[in-house]
Design a protein around this ligand. Structure first.
Ligand SMILES: Nc1ncnc2c1ncn2[C@@H]1O[C@H](COP(=O)(O)OP(=O)(O)OP(=O)(O)O)[C@@H](O)[C@H]1O
Ligand SMILES: [Mg+2]
Length: 345
């Protein structure tokens, strides 16, 4: 996956197909789509009923002939046709206008670090099916680092942690490239799952799928931090009787449940640091870790990393959209490549 800034400058559209959200940036227009990667289909006729925000709202509330599907899973497109239909609807007239103006439309897309050729092929095919003549793939870690203004082209080390829904990716970058990186299959979804499992096992309560996020907020928005109330009331369905029930939940126990999947993230962080040359680690001790991705907003996650590593930890200004905005900045030519002048003999 070696794509030059020159090639990216010729692209017109930047796409980030995430497990949770789909984001599209169009040159000259900016970020035009930031919606959940979901589509609701009528299983009798096969027609599309809703996409994005509306489809997400339907999750768990549909009659049996309507199904909400997620064409992106684990960071790669698993249903190319559905991903195309979803994107076509999310973009609507904007896509048609772009195609009319630029029949030879070029697109750029983020791809998770270390993604396999099959996953890369699926992303390319999705965009080619939409009318793109050429698709350039860029590592999410690089795009996100550019999107949060890290000095990627400089000969200094910068550390980035992309906390997505399906994966967490951590890298040390220097001179415009990735020095060491890991991708861990743990993200916001695993955290939500840990909360669901905890309530099921400890309180025999089944949570409506949509209320996990409110639950984290119910911990008075304190996520992994210990501020806020010690107990909180949660509504759900009894696992045994099937009746609606509400229980008083110990917030500290929920926090402990969330901690379990996060130990894998801390292991990954340690691995990256161990494989990093000492000079770069010394740089990192000064400038710290930059957190991006939607799950970076989980309150207390930054403090947990600070405690575990002893390094400064920052959260990007708009962590959820950093990757697509970084890709957009490359399309707009805002990124200057470092000029490596070979010394005259
Ligand atoms: N305020 C918040 N607090 C905690 N978690 C949040 C918050 N906002 C979003 N999230 C979580 O962030 C995740 C979505 O992040 P993001 O939009 O970066 O995912 P994605 O790019 O679609 O996923 P991936 O990159 O893994 O394919 C979801 O799991 C969501 O639960
Ligand atoms: Mg993402």
């Amino acid at each position: 996956m070696t794509v030059s800034l020159e090639q990216l400058r010729r692209c017109h559209v930047a796409v980030d197909l995430g497990a949770a959200r789909t984001r599209v940036y169009i040159k000259g227009l900016g970020l035009v789509v930031d919606e959940p990667s979901a589509a609701a289909i009528n299983t009798r006729s096969g027609s599309l009923i809703a996409v994005g925000e509306l489809a997400e709202k339907m999750t768990g509330r549909t009659p049996d002939y309507i199904r909400v599907v997620r064409p992106v899973s684990g960071g790669s497109v698993i249903d190319i046709e559905m991903a195309q239909r979803m994107l076509r609807h999310l973009l609507g007239e904007k896509l048609r206008r772009q195609l009319r103006r630029k029949p030879r439309l070029r697109a750029a897309a983020c791809t998770p670090h270390d993604s396999d050729p099959l996953a890369q092929r699926a992303t390319i095919e999705t965009l080619v099916g939409l009318g793109a003549r050429r698709v350039e793939l860029v590592d999410t870690l690089l795009a996100a680092a550019v999107g949060c203004d890290l000095p990627v082209e400089q000969p200094v080390g910068s550390m980035i942690m992309v906390c997505g829904a399906a994966t967490t990716q951590i890298a040390v970058l220097s001179l415009g490239s990735i020095v060491t990186a890991v991708r861990i299959p743990i993200g916001g979804d695993a955290i939500d799952h840990a909360v669901i499992q905890h309530l099921r096992q400890q309180h025999e309560l089944m949570l409506p799928s949509q209320s996990v996020r409110p639950l984290q907020l119910a911990l008075s928005g304190n996520g992994l931090t210990s501020h806020g109330p010690a107990m909180t009331e949660i509504h759900g369905r009894d696992v045994v009787t099937g009746l609606a029930r509400s229980v008083q939940v110990d917030t500290a126990a929920v926090r402990r449940a969330i901690h379990t999947p996060l130990t894998a993230v801390l292991d990954g962080l340690g691995k990256v640091l161990r494989h990093c040359p000492p000079d770069l680690v010394a740089d990192l001790a000064d400038c710290g870790i930059m957190m991006v991705g939607g799950s970076a907003l989980l309150p207390g996650l930054d403090q947990m990393l600070r405690d575990a590593t002893g390094m400064p930890v920052h959260i990007a200004e708009r962590p959820d959209v950093c990757a697509v905005l970084g890709l957009g900045a490359m399309l707009d030519g805002m990124v200057e490549p470092m000029v490596l002048n070979p010394l005259a003999a």
